[in-house]
Design a protein around this ligand. Structure first.
Ligand code: NAP
Length: 319
């Protein structure tokens, strides 16, 4: 017989580890299936200076190790592998890694989202060393420096405006002349003296020094093929995020962009006993601290759900 656990947490980022910490301290004996590449988006971030409790800042991967270690203290069990399939029912939920089956009365989905990348080798090499996917996190490192933002959606325009508060110059590189972003965001950027537009252009290489520091980008005009170089200290990719929800297609309710839908003011999904927390259900805030907070909420919701089940079972016996 497969053991039926109180809770299985899918995903090992700030949301999953915080849910594990709260779940363990509520005696729910969590199993975390944290993914083969555990740690989430913070694993490609260098300094984190906006997480409360780290007054001197901390490296993203170190912070995730701290999160994991803190929940380990309370006996959380980890599997460093990817879930391949789920079967959610109204009672016992099943989670599979290949042929191995795990069962639980509650599941917390914390699989996060993935920032879209341009897919350049140079971009990947310089991640966390001048290449960033989060202006809110990293803008302050570029005070009085030049930065590039790539993208033409609301995120890119918003990040360009935000970065202009710190940087001496922001160059927005977009592959078309038209913007996907709302006109008000474009107007705001256009009226900012610090922001320059390079349109109809794609980045073909992020340029770095031998020590691994971003110094520029090579761009190519999509109409003429003409290549040029832009000097920069920072390179922000803002071409959107993809929620990691392929596992839950046709099982959990999602919005048009694939983010999981939760009941307002709660982490409950459309299936009883299945909760969602962190970036997998949040396309707005996307911060480590908000993901952690929502992981805490999911564990509390799961704990209350289990208590309600136990009370209902006890009432039935009493009748
Ligand atoms: P998005 O709307 O999907 O825009 C992505 C942008 O990146 C597009 O301009 C796209 O170009 C470009 N792009 C995609 N792949 C690319 C590639 N490989 N190379 C170069 N450029 C590439 O994503 P988002 O801006 O993150 O916005 C996501 C959602 O959040 C949207 O609904 C948005 O309105 C919302 N949002 C709202 C606010 C706000 O209201 N304050 C702020 C941020 C985000 P093309 O246009 O040519 O496809």
């Amino acid at each position: 017989m497969t053991e039926v656990r109180d809770v299985i947490i899918i995903g090992g980022g700030p949301a999953g580890y915080t849910a594990a910490l709260y779940g363990a301290r509520a005696n729910m004996n969590p199993l975390v299936i944290e993914g083969f590449q555990w740690g989430g988006q913070l694993m490609i971030t260098s300094d984190v200076e906006n997480y409360p409790g780290y007054p001197d800042g901390i490296l993203g991967p170190e912070m995730m190790q701290d999160f994991r270690r803190q929940s380990e203290r309370f006996g959380v069990e980890y599997i460093t592998d990817d879930v391949t399939r789920v079967e959610f029912s109204d009672q016992t939920h099943k989670v599979f890694i290949g042929d191995d089956e795990y069962q639980a009365r509650t599941v917390i989905v914390a699989t996060g989202a993935t920032a879209r990348q341009l897919g350049l080798d140079s971009e990947i090499e310089l991640q966390g060393r001048g290449v960033s996917y989060c202006a809110v996190c990293d803008a302050a490192f570029f005070r009085d420096k030049a930065v590039i933002v790539v993208g033409g959606g609301d995120s890119a325009l918003e990040e360009a405006n935000f970065l202009a508060k710190f940087a001496s110059k922001v160059t927005l590189v977009h592959r078309r002349e038209e913007f996907r972003a709302s006109p008000i965001m474009v107007d705001r950027a256009r009226s900012n003296d610090k922001i320059e537009f390079v349109l109809d252009a794609v980045v073909t290489e992020v340029l770095g020094t031998e020590e691994g520091k971003v110094v520029g980008a090579r761009v190519e005009n999509v109409n003429t093929g003409e290549a040029s170089e832009i000097e920069t200290d920072g390179f922000f990719v803002a071409i959107g995020h993809d929620p990691n929800t392929a596992l839950f297609t046709d099982i959990l309710d999602m919005d048009d962009d694939g983010y999981l839908l939760t009941r307002e003011g709660s982490t409950e999904t459309n299936i009883d006993g299945v909760f969602a927390s962190g970036d997998v259900q949040d396309h707005i805030y996307r911060q480590a601290v908000t993901a952690a907070a929502s992981g805490c909420m999911a564990a509390l919701d799961a704990e209350r759900y289990l208590s309600a089940l136990e009370h209902a079972a006890a009432d039935e016996i009493a009748v």
